[in-house]
Design a protein around this ligand. Sequence first.
Ligand code: C2E
Ligand code: CA
Ligand code: CA
Ligand code: CA
Length: 278
Amino acid sequence: AKKNSFERFNYYRPYMEEETQRRLHMVRRLRADFAARKLEVWYQPQVDLNTGCIIGVESLLRWPQSDGSFISPAEFIPLAEYSGLIVDIGAWVIEEACQQIRRFNERDYNNIRIAVNVSVPQFRMRDFPELIEQQLNNHQVNADRLELEITESIVMEDPDFVADILYRLKQQGIHVAIDDFGVGFSSLSYLQKLPLDRLKIDKTFVHNSSQDSGRIIIETIVDMAHRLGLGIVAEGIEDQQQLEYFKRLKCAEAQGYYFARPMPAEQLMKLLERENGD
Ligand code: C2E
Ligand code: CA
Ligand code: CA
Ligand code: CA
């Protein structure tokens, strides 16, 4: 048996090494490109389904490559988390968001909120709420213009710890949304205990909204959010049919390619100028 396990180990090793090397190389490149200020924050509008107005944007990281392509955050965020880089990158994203809110204010877009994705290692940092408070103060930005999107995985890690952090954020006026709601198989009891503002229905559910089974899940989530007094955002709306469906459910807000794709800040400002006729 011993010999067998050794052989098995040998059998997998070349593949594992290659994969590990590839990841290490990518982490090194990410660290260098972040230091060289080559990462970008793009923004995707969130729309009020009653008025059609843009009421917020989600900030989404982009890693441009020399050939003009982008490495997807779905691919490099896990590496940034595992290497610890996400702490600095995440702080920089919040910094960018504060500056962008200032730009909104200069144009009198005084109600547009920016949602920022937050990873577990950031959340676990000591004094995370104070760090954000300081950033908001430095830029003289109101806390209620910032929303943090956290996943169920953060909540499930250590509910008491998370509750403490969330209450401290809430005290400042920062909004908190649960991202990818429903995909985490987590307990629902935390919804009662934590000071949350919104749930984001994950796009995988939205894309199943033409099927009965998909609708049952969506309608249960929307109904529960309404009864708990939580706001709700449908993520990944791609067509008119999905839009009409969520309007019928009295879902207040939505985000998706149907309205706009994520875009660089300058492009967002142009879109807002057109919307506001200035
Ligand atoms: P997420 O937080 O669930 O973000 C929504 C993703 O859905 C984004 O992918 C967005 O571009 C995409 N999306 C929006 N509308 C549609 C649609 O109508 N159809 C389809 N098919 N997709 C749509 P993206 O930009 O590739 O980001 C992937 C993930 O990377 C995000 O998922 C988030 O988990 C993570 N991420 C991105 N930026 C950050 C960041 O600054 N910090 C952290 N911690 N994670 C980030
Ligand atoms: Ca998100
Ligand atoms: Ca999602
Ligand atoms: Ca996510």
